[in-house]
Ligand binder design. Structure first.
Ligand code: CA
Length: 670
């Protein structure tokens, strides 16, 4: 039944008249008690934001004034100096954020595979407790979000430019830079989507500054002129540490790609600079570091600018008075420390994450807290702020007492960490560990060493850059014993099965299968071979010998792998070519005269460091570095006379070799 507006109004007046004059006055004076007492929550979250790149954290970028707005949250509230994650990688960190549980309990171990959205998540509980919930931006968990009244999320990693969003209704696309658009969408929801009779919780998740670090045009222009301080450990040689640090694939020197990461494209200023200056060795690493920082820190400046827009709106709308604002990231990041980018390791730069909060009337301004906090705490904190029930099986602790400056006596004294994504991109080995704020004990497992595992121990007081493991120092024996006992206690407390309950695969990358790693010598005829007969080239040097006849037509002699990883020995315009592809970027070594008609033998020897020598009929015709060895086993198999599956490179029109190929021999080198 519909009522006219005037009848509604009369009923409304009668209600107040019957409630009496005092009731009327009270009702007009303030909104319902519920919404007044329960604060709103605005959770600001970015991807891969290193604490080193936040002014309020101090450090080498402090003078650059990159984050005035994020710093203002710290000025008005509390900065956590010891906030950590439990598994330093995007999707698992987000799963922990929503569930309040470590990876082995929420089932999201790594960036691959799905997330069970049906499981308990804090926002579902918040919703039942009368909160409006919204999520805007990057969540990196495939599938429909649950427990959010409104959600608009980037598919997967999302795009920097003209991002697409998935909503409950379908896909939409917006023109502009991802950081600006995420803010626009969040402000839109704040202005038009909020029911002012209820408290709300809004999660604003930026894609930036995730790889490949593309700032908005307006910022890029300014940052490309800047020079930034280098970290002390930029030229770390990984001595005094084990297999994992030595064999990772996340260095500025070897892993960072010219085209995608550093945007060295033909005609660009960066390409011209490199052509003119011919940099090598440390000079080239220094140059790459600067280019990386210009783009990464440019992304940070964009995030900060946009957080400024959110803070300004909260202020002008008056919402700021009853809103808790928190800033964090899914984990930290290496900004050249140890010569690296990326994350994953339990070393401080990626184990730690920024955490800053303001809450008018509750948090005193300008506080710094050094209690051990972990991302398993966030879900319970949100529920605690909202006065909602906290489920027993969440594994963290609410940090609300800390925010009030009242650290409980029994607050945790140690943290548990476990990283699982191996074999995978960046080749960081699986590890778990315990940290107590000063000492850190790490166990790498599933290694190709006799014991299958290696331990490292760091003392952050004497070695804050973690350059020397003191695990073998006899004076540390008692400390190690105590830390191992603490690790076991934590595993019991968090109910962690051996190796997180995960099956360990020692080799075979991304499902790319191969012959057994100990088979070192191979012989092939024309055609594709089954993947389980292809050489396991990861971590190896390689020798390829091809006996063939040339009759004037080009093509592929032998290839293994595809567009993202692999190698190909092929002939272009009669000239032999050796192309190696890694993380989508290729290098080709070629030389010599045009092949003469008739039988030839062609060989390539590429050592573990990526130095390749090409010989034709026993004579060297070309030599050069492809810049890397094979750090990943390619997904695609090996084929002779054609590159089956995804092509390693663009062969032009002659992909298939039509001449005779008598034999291909491959030897793997240590
Ligand atoms: Ca991340």
């Amino acid at each position: 039944m519909k009522m006219s507006k005037s009848i509604k109004f009369i009923l409304f007046i009668l209600m107040f008249v019957s409630a009496g004059v005092r009731g009327l006055a009270a009702a007009l004076a303030k909104p319902p008690v519920e919404s007044m007492s329960k604060p709103n929550i605005v959770w600001l979250f970015s991807d891969d934001h290193a604490y080193q790149a936040i002014g309020a954290y101090g450090g080498r970028f402090q003078k650059e004034n990159l984050t005035p707005n994020i710093d203002s949250i710290a000025k008005e509230g509390m900065l956590f100096e010891r906030a950590y994650v439990g598994n330093s990688i995007c999707a698992p960190s987000r799963a922990t954020l929503l569930t309040g549980k470590h990876s082995h309990k929420n089932g999201k171990f790594d960036n691959r595979g799905g997330f069970n959205h049906d499981q308990q998540q804090f926002q579902k509980i918040l919703q039942k407790s009368g909160y409006q919930t919204a999520m805007i931006g990057k969540i990196h968990l495939n599938g429909a979000m649950q427990g959010f009244d409104y959600w608009e999320v980037l598919p997967g990693q999302g795009r920097y430019t003209n991002p697409q969003f998935i909503t409950a209704e379908g896909k939409t696309e917006y023109k502009g830079h991802s950081t600006d658009i995420v803010t626009d969408r969040a402000l839109n929801w704040l202005k038009t989507g909020v029911d002012s009779s209820k408290p709300f919780m809004l999660m604003i998740h930026y894609k930036a500054p995730h790889r490949n670090w593309i700032p908005a045009e307006r910022i890029m222009k300014k940052f490309r002129k800047r020079t930034f301080p280098e970290p002390e450990s930029l030229f770390d040689d990984y001595q005094n540490r084990g297999e994992a640090a030595n064999k990772q694939d996340m260095s500025i020197e070897k892993t960072m790609t010219m085209k995608s990461d550093l945007k060295v494209v033909p005609g660009s200023d960066r390409a011209k600079y490199l052509e003119e200056h011919k940099l090598e060795g440390k000079d080239l690493i220094r140059w790459k570091y600067q280019a990386y920082m210009q783009d990464y820190l440019g992304c940070i400046a964009g995030v900060d600018e946009n957080i400024g827009r959110i803070l300004a709106y909260l202020k002008e709308s008056g919402l700021d008075k009853n809103t808790v604002v928190m800033y964090s990231a899914d984990q930290g990041f290496y900004l050249g420390e140890h010569g690296w980018f990326d994350k994953r390791f339990m070393y401080e730069e990626s184990f730690r994450t920024p955490l800053i909060a303001k809450w008018p009337g509750v948090i005193k301004p300008g506080q710094r807290n050094s209690d051990l906090v972990q991302n398993i705490d966030f879900a319970e904190t949100f529920l605690d702020i909202a006065g909602a029930p906290i489920p027993e099986d969440m594994q963290g602790k609410s940090i609300v007492p800390l925010l009030k400056g009242e650290t409980p006596k029994d607050w945790r004294k140690s943290l548990y960490y476990h990283y699982y994504e191996y074999p995978a991109v960046h080749s960081v080995r699986r590890h778990e560990g315990v940290a107590d704020g000063r000492y850190k004990l790490i166990r790498y497992y599933g290694l190709d060493v006799p014991a299958g595992e290696e331990w490292e121990l760091y003392d952050l007081d004497t070695d804050p850059n973690e350059m020397k493991s003191v695990y073998d120092d006899p004076e540390m024996a008692r400390k190690i014993k105590a830390l191992k006992a603490e690790l076991e206690r934590l595993k019991k407390q968090y109910d962690v099965p051996e190796n997180g309950g995960q099956k360990i695969r020692q080799h075979s990358q991304r499902g790319g299968r191969s012959a057994k790693p100990d088979k070192l010598s191979f012989s092939f005829k024309k055609g594709a071979v089954p993947n389980n007969k292809a050489p396991y080239i990861q971590g190896r040097g390689i020798e390829v010998n091809v006996a063939f006849s040339y009759s004037g037509s080009d093509g592929v002699l032998v290839a293994q792998g595809g567009a993202s990883e692999g190698y190909a020995l092929w002939v272009k315009d009669g000239i032999p070519q050796w192309t190696v592809k890694r993380t989508d970027e290729g290098t080709t070594i070629a030389g010599g005269n045009k092949l003469s008609s008739g039988k030839h033998s062609l060989s390539v020897v590429q050592d573990k460091k990526g130095m390749a020598v090409l010989k034709l009929d026993g004579k060297e015709i070309a030599k050069g570095s492809v810049g890397w060895s094979f750090k990943m086993q390619p997904h695609d198999t090996l084929s002779v006379g054609i590159d089956s599956g995804s092509p390693v490179t663009d062969y032009g029109k002659s992909k298939r070799y039509t001449g005779d190929i008598d034999q291909v021999e491959i030897k793997l080198l240590k």
